[in-house]
Design a protein around this ligand. Structure first.
Ligand code: AMP
Ligand code: MG
Length: 537
């Protein structure tokens, strides 16, 4: 029994209860066949200490907004202590990494503790990331370091508050142990503090869970996993049937498209869109070397491992998601009588993405997309312009919202121009790029935009409100995360919770936090962790 309310968590473990598991009980690295998971206990750690807690995720689990007993909480969410009803396991999955089939991957450092059903009847899988080796750890240690855990903890919650579908993070716990990492892959391994994030999602099933079973021609297990997923995670579809399979795949295509539209809207670049990092629920999952666009550069990728091919660059995320869906379709094909329904899903992805993306781009301008007008060109031309000179995307849209067109006194073109050039200064990384020639092009665009706004007759105030509801002011700029990490590495963990507080209200003005909404400082331009990240975590 625990005194802190943790014992009230109600576990109902459907994944381990209903699906075939690995009969081998010993924890050693191996190929696991004919199973969806292997039972494995988290490795005990020396000195767990709670340094990050999300009250919103706690609420999802009916836990209090602050832990009642932080030490007991840390003991449980480091994996040192198991609660009654937990049934820890690691999932078996495969995946396509950087376009190539990689075979079995699996939860190499994640341990699922079990499924909690809350008072509203919602189901939440609890998963520790960095809790020690599993049968799927391959050559690695099963651990995670503080810097990558801070990034995962903060970004999961930041994305949620931005309204982008994501897995969540309940807590961040230091293990009190050191982990060796060669951060730059340059033969200089360092000892870094170890940490564990407790991730929370309705399900952590990935495209790769299906792919591995299809690749091994384990069709019976594949069928079970599909039916189980529909039953537990898509109950609104009803009992499995050929029609339901088609609807299911269509829903995966649609939610994946919506997730990508969310990423494009807020300037998020995942960095490792391998099929093992694609959630069946269309949730952003596995926060590794992700990054946030600062200057609008569609070719930017935060991942050093991806620097050469830039497969996972910002602008290519929509196509990669589709490529990944095609891999999933291939894996699901054995239970479909024909590939036609799968092809319909892929087509739906394209049409749904294009439509949602146009709506999103128009909404960023405070408009409702109208295909009969020039709205597509209006958005596209702005994005063209934005990348011509180094412009901070996040700041740019917030400044665009401040433009006064009606102005009460019918602001003249010159007034609008002057006001905008002044407002824009804070968004430019190289102010000297704002040449007279560029200014002319920008103003031509602003005048087109003004004409479009006039056409709908939306007031400045209303337009500003609409725009600020979809264009965040506060995002987890790469350097902000790094500053919190540097502080934490020096033993001061306050920056993590402070940043989380700000990111809980990303669309609000928060005058006291203005300094956290400014463009990336020059010192961060080429610093590790601020502009580029390796996969080492
Ligand atoms: P990722 O690219 O981080 O999504 O990881 C790809 C695969 O490598 C997954 O199967 C992970 O579980 C595994 N993996 C990554 N880091 C580690 C680690 N430190 N120990 C064991 N497995 C790992
Ligand atoms: Mg992964």
């Amino acid at each position: 029994m625990t005194s802190s309310g943790l014992s009230l968590l109600q576990f109902d473990n459907q994944f381990t209860g209903c699906l075939p598991g690995d009969p081998e009980e010993k924890n050693f690295r191996r190929q696991v066949r004919g199973a969806c998971y292997s039972r494995v206990l988290p490795t005990k750690v020396a000195q767990p200490r709670l340094i990050g807690y999300s009250r919103e995720v706690a609420e999802l689990l009916d836990l209090p907004p602050e832990p009642i007993d932080a030490q007991e909480f840390a003991d449980v969410f480091s994996g040192n202590v198991q609660l009654d009803g937990m049934d820890p396991f690691a999932m078996c999955y495969g995946g396509h990494q950087f376009g190539n089939w990689a075979g079995q991957l699996g939860d190499g450092r994640a341990t699922n503790l079990g499924e909690v059903v809350n008072s509203k009847g919602q189901r939440w899988m609890l998963q520790l990331k960095g809790a020690g080796p599993t049968p799927y750890s391959r050559t690695a240690d099963g651990l995670a370091v503080l810097r990558s855990s801070v990034r995962e903890f903060l970004c999961s919650e930041a994305m949620f508050h931005l309204g982008v579908p994501t897995t969540r993070a309940l807590s961040l716990v230091l293990t009190g142990e050191q982990v060796v990492r060669d951060m730059f892959y340059d033969g200089n391994p360092q000892r870094e503090p170890g940490a564990i994030v407790c991730r929370v999602a309705p399900s952590f099933t990935r495209f790769g869970n299906f792919e591995i079973l299809a690749a091994r021609r384990e069709t019976e297990t594949l069928q079970k996993l599909i039916d189980h997923t529909i039953h537990v995670d898509f109950p609104h579809l009803g009992p499995p049937s050929p029609e339901v399979y088609e609807q299911w795949f269509a829903e995966i295509c649609r939610t994946t498209a919506d997730m990508i539209v969310g990423w494009m809207r807020v300037g998020f670049v995942h960095g490792v869109m391998n099929t093992d990092n694609m959630s069946i629920l269309g949730l952003t999952i596995d926060y590794g070397p992700y990054g946030w666009l600062e200057d609008y550069d569609p070719n930017w990728t935060p991942n050093t491992t991806d620097a050469a091919g830039r497969r996972y660059r910002y602008s290519q995320q929509p196509q990669i998601a589709m490529w990944n869906l095609v891999q999933l379709a291939n894996a699901l094909a054995p239970i479909f009588d024909s590939v036609v329904p799968l092809q319909r899903g892929i087509d739906l992805y394209s049409t749904h993405f294009n439509e949602a993306c146009q709506n999103m781009l128009a909404a960023k301008l405070g408009l409702v997309y109208d295909a009969s007008l020039d709205d597509k060109a209006l958005s596209d031309d702005l994005l063209e312009l934005m990348q011509e000179i180094e412009t901070d995307m996040t700041i740019f849209y917030r400044r665009l919202a401040t433009l006064k067109f009606d102005g009460g006194v019918n602001a003249s073109e010159q007034d609008v121009e002057n006001a905008f050039v002044t407002a824009l200064a804070d968004a430019l990384y190289k102010p000297e790029q704002l040449t007279a020639e560029y200014r002319v092009k920008l103003m031509q665009w602003i005048h087109r935009y003004r004409a479009r706004v006039d056409q709908v007759g939306i007031s400045d105030e209303h337009r500003c409100q609409q725009m600020n509801a979809v264009n965040p002011k506060y995002v987890l700029r790469n350097y902000l995360a790094q500053v919190a990490i540097d502080k934490a590495t020096a033993g001061d963990y306050s920056g993590i919770q402070e940043l989380l507080e700000v990111l809980r209200h990303p669309y609000d003005e928060q005058p006291e936090n203005e300094h956290l909404a400014t463009k990336r400082p020059d010192w961060a331009r080429n610093r590790a962790g601020c502009s580029m990240l390796s996969c080492s975590s």
